[in-house]
Every structure is written in C-alpha cells, then in structure tokens.
Design a protein around this ligand. Structure first.
Ligand SMILES: Cc1cc2nc3c(=O)[nH]c(=O)nc-3n(C[C@H](O)[C@H](O)[C@H](O)COP(=O)(O)OP(=O)(O)OC[C@H]3O[C@@H](n4cnc5c(N)ncnc54)[C@H](O)[C@@H]3O)c2cc1C
Length: 464
C-alpha cells in the first residue's frame, strides 16, 4: 500500500479482511497517517484542518465506521441550524431551501429569495422550455458546469448560486469542471425528462423535496473528529507494517508479476504480490512514468488545485451578523478573496468552548491560486480581514490556526470520465498494480474509501 490517507488505509484494512493471512505493508511519506483527514486539538477546541464530515449518500464511510466499531461515535450535524448562507451584494442570505447545486428542486423558496432579480427568476422558471442539446444522448456527452448551468438556468442563477456552491465542494473553475464527472444525474435528468424541472416534478412533489436542511442531515462526523476513523483503521493493522516517513519513489515489476518498491533513501522493499497506489495523481506520475510512460502521461492530465484553511476563533459577542447556519459560500462575482467559511462549532457539537465560535475559512483553489504565494501571516490576515467584513466581526480572533494543502484537490475537467476510462484500461496491463484515491471516481471521503476497498478486492481477485 503506498499512501496512508483514507484511501490507502481503507485498502489496507479491506485487504486484511479479505485475505487474513496476507502480509500487508503500508508506506506513508509523512510523519502521521490520515492525509487530508487531520484533526487538531487545542485546549477546548477541536479543529478539523482538512475534511470535517462525510456525506452519507454513498454509504461506504458509514458502513466502514459501523464495521470497525465506531457506530456509537458517529454524530449528525446539529439539528437547529441546518442551512447555509450565501453572500449577495455584500449581505448574507440563506441559500434557498431546495436549491441543490444545479437542481432547483423547489421553486417557492427561490422565488421568495432576494438573491436573484426578477429577470433572473423568470429565466430560471423558463428552464423547462430550454431545448436539449442534440449530443446529450451520447453516452460520452460532457460539457463544463458553467455552460450547462448558464444554458439551462441562466447566467444569474449560475453566478449567484451554482458557481459558489460548486466552488464550496470542488474549489474549481466552473468553466472547466465536467458535469459528467461531478453531477451526472443532472445530465441524466435532462436526457430523460427534457429539463431539470420536469425531472423534479416526475420525482414526486418537488415542493416537499429534499431541502437544504434535509440534505445537511446526511452529513456525519465523529465525536472526537475524523482522526478517530484513521486511528481505528490503523488499529486494525499490524503496527510494525505501517511505515511512516517512508516516501516511495519508484516501482519495478520483477519475475512472476511481483513488485519491488524503492524508497527515497534508496531502500528496496518487496517482493510484493500486489501494490495499491493511493496517492493524488501528481504524486503517482513519477512512480509510474518509468514503468509505463503512457500511464504517466494520462495521469499527468488530471490537474490538482491547492488550498489553505485558516481556522479562527471568536467570542460569540464579537460577531455582528446572524450566523445561525453551517457556513457561508461566496460567489466569485462578489470579488472577495475567500471562497467559503464553515461555522464548525455550529455544525457539530464539541468543537469549541461555550460562548466561542470556530470558523474555518477556505482560500485558494483553482480560482485564486496566486493568493497562496502569500506567506502564512499575510494569508491569515486576508482570511481574518475578509471574514470580519462579511460577518461584521469586531476585534481580533482569540486564536488562529492555519494549514496549506498543496495539490490535494483534483479538478475533474471536461473529459474526465473518458480520461479515467483510458487510465483504467492502461493499468490493466500491469497485473497486481491498482490505483485508489480521489483522482478518479469522486473526491468525497466515502468515494475514497470505496476506491480503496475496490482496489483491495481486485488485488485479491488476481490471487494475493
Ligand atoms: C481542505 C479540504 C477539505 C475537504 N473536506 C472534505 C469534507 O468535509 N468531506 C469530504 O467527504 N471530503 C472532503 N475533502 C476531500 C477528501 O478529504 C479527500 O479527497 C480525501 O481525504 C483524499 O484522501 P486520499 O487518501 O485519497 O489522499 P490524501 O489524503 O492526499 O492521502 C495521500 C497520502 O499519501 C502520502 N504520500 C504522498 N506521496 C507519497 C509517496 N511518494 N510515498 C508514500 N506516501 C505518499 C501523503 O503524505 C498522504 O498522507 C476535502 C479536501 C480538502 C483538501
């Protein structure tokens, strides 16, 4: 196993379950396991420096937590405040209930919301009469999130609602982001019913459909932070087989389809019957390029964005704005430097002491890469100053924590689904070599777990 993030750990755990006698070894470049899952405790604060929760739509994370004894540690989002805000012309408004990324499930709340002008609302209402693109019936149809949303919903809905919600998930440039790879059900809806609105009507009474509040009920975390998942998985592995500070720099296939790996310090390990590479695509490229130049070239076509998370703690009475929700997303048209902010202590219990508010501010991503060139103190100051304006905060934070995530978020550009198909066809040429991680079939924790578990199953199938 190469990579000790959630993908690599899930693969290692599943392998030990499927093949109890197998000697599983895991090589992690850093000095801790978990990758982007990184819980930091500081006095009464529980700060998630990376991911903070998982969506239960794909059940893999939930099922894994149950399986490894964490069922009683799972916590839902706090019930009272299940909504998010959106910055619009400098003011905060709730994201209209029932607007889920591209899908205007319920029109009532959107029509009542001041976020869209009357022209924008009329354009949104006309979505059911926008014709299908002729090519949409092709199995490999794809286009950018921006062109899809602008054509179907209108530019204003795209700029004011779709773009910030997508940026909050993928930190992506919507003019490059693939609809087929990120929300294939939107294409399917138009393909089958002719419009997103008609699809919502067919699915049942859309005015009672999944509201943003109901959707937030599907987000889960763990009482002691997501580090519990990492610790529980690591606890299932033989400690002597988890190698930290052990970056892998090369792979070699030797006789009988077995594999050797070479670490940065020149140490060779193996032979292994199977290898799962559970790394971000830019880290896989140097490992496989000598082995298979075409595979390396295909993987290099998956770009990654970098970001930073600045966690700020305030006394509740310092904050002037109504923040009774889980966070705020900020449309690019607002001209701000921050992408979004999550009100962590509202979202989950036990994140900050009574009377204090923990806010995580997201910066960078595909739309603001240059911002990350700033030194740490200036980046923290940008986060503080912008957040203070948006939330009307008086005075300085009680504490500040910051982390950078270099090339951690894959950008699923138009053509991603086809590209992943080519990568998978290419890797099939190498018996016992598997890929897992967020580069291929989804960035969420559940999808990463699924990718790791599937890689383990394939390794077992070829006869570990
Ligand atoms: C800021 C942020 C917030 C997020 N929030 C959420 C969220 O709330 N919910 C959600 O579902 N998803 C979220 N995501 C996405 C999700 O967390 C990630 O997609 C997922 O954790 C990736 O896991 P991974 O194991 O594939 O990769 P990583 O976590 O990147 O792990 C890869 C590991 O490999 C190691 N490594 C690198 N090179 C080598 C090498 N040569 N040899 C050995 N080891 C190496 C690294 O040190 C790292 O530990 C977020 C992502 C980011 C960046």
């Amino acid at each position: 196993m190469i990579g000790g993030g959630i993908s690599g750990l899930s693969a290692a755990y599943r392998l030990t379950q499927l093949s109890p006698g197998a000697a599983v070894e895991l090589f992690e470049a850093g000095d801790r396991l978990g990758g982007v899952l990184h819980t930091h405790r500081d006095g009464g604060l529980l700060i998630e420096r990376g991911a903070d929760s998982f969506l239960n739509k794909n059940p893999c994370a939930f099922d894994l937590c149950q399986e490894i004894g964490l069922a009683d540690q799972l916590i839902p989002t706090n019930e009272g405040q299940r909504r998010a805000f959106l910055l619009c012309r400098g003011a905060l408004y709730p994201v209209p209930d029932g607007f889920v990324v591209y899908r205007p499930q319920r029109l009532g709340p959107i029509l009542q919301s001041p976020i869209l002008s009357w022209w924008g609302k009329l354009r949104l209402l006309s979505e059911r009469w926008v014709p299908r693109l002729p090519g949409i019936h092709r199995a490999d149809f794809d286009e950018s999130a921006a062109s899809f949303a602008i054509r179907r919903l209108g530019r204003e809905t795209f700029e004011r609602l779709v773009q910030p919600l997508l940026a909050g998930i993928y930190t992506a440039d919507p003019y490059q982001l693939s609809v087929a790879a990120t929300i294939p059900e939107a294409i399917e809806a138009v393909r089958e019913f002719g419009s997103l609105r008609r699809a919502a009507l067919r699915a049942g009474d859309p005015e009672n459909a999944e509201s943003s509040g109901a959707r937030y009920a599907s987000f889960l975390s763990l009482r002691g932070g997501l580090v519990q998942l990492i610790q529980a998985l690591a606890g299932q592995l033989d400690a002597s087989c988890c190698h930290l500070n052990a970056p892998v720099r090369a792979l070699r296939q030797v006789e009988n389809h077995s594999w050797l790996i070479e670490q940065d310090d020149g140490t060779r390990r193996g032979p292994f019957q199977g290898i799962v590479i559970a790394l971000p695509a830019p880290r896989v490229v140097p490992l496989v390029s000598q082995l298979d130049a075409r595979l390396g070239e295909l993987l290099a076509r998956i770009p990654y964005a970098s970001s930073a998370v600045v966690s700020l703690v305030f006394r509740r009475d310092q904050i002037g704005a109504d923040i009774s929700g889980f966070g705020v997303v900020i449309p690019s048209v607002e001209g701000r430097q921050i992408v979004a902010a999550s009100f962590s202590s509202n979202k989950f219990s036990g994140r900050a002491p009574e009377g204090q508010v923990l806010v995580r501010v997201f910066l960078g991503g595909a739309l603001h890469p240059k911002l990350l060139q700033l030194p740490d103190d200036q980046l923290c100051e940008v986060a503080r100053a912008e957040l203070s304006e948006v939330l009307h905060i008086r005075g300085h934070p009680l504490s500040t924590d910051m982390i950078r995530w270099h090339e951690k978020m894959p950008q699923y550009h138009v053509g991603h689904v086809k590209l992943v198909g080519e990568i998978e066809a290419q890797i099939e040429r190498w018996q016992g070599l598997e890929l897992a991680g967020n580069a291929y079939h989804g960035v969420g924790i559940s999808q990463c777990i699924q990718s790791g578990e599937n890689a383990a199953r394939r390794i077992v199938q070829v006869g570990l």
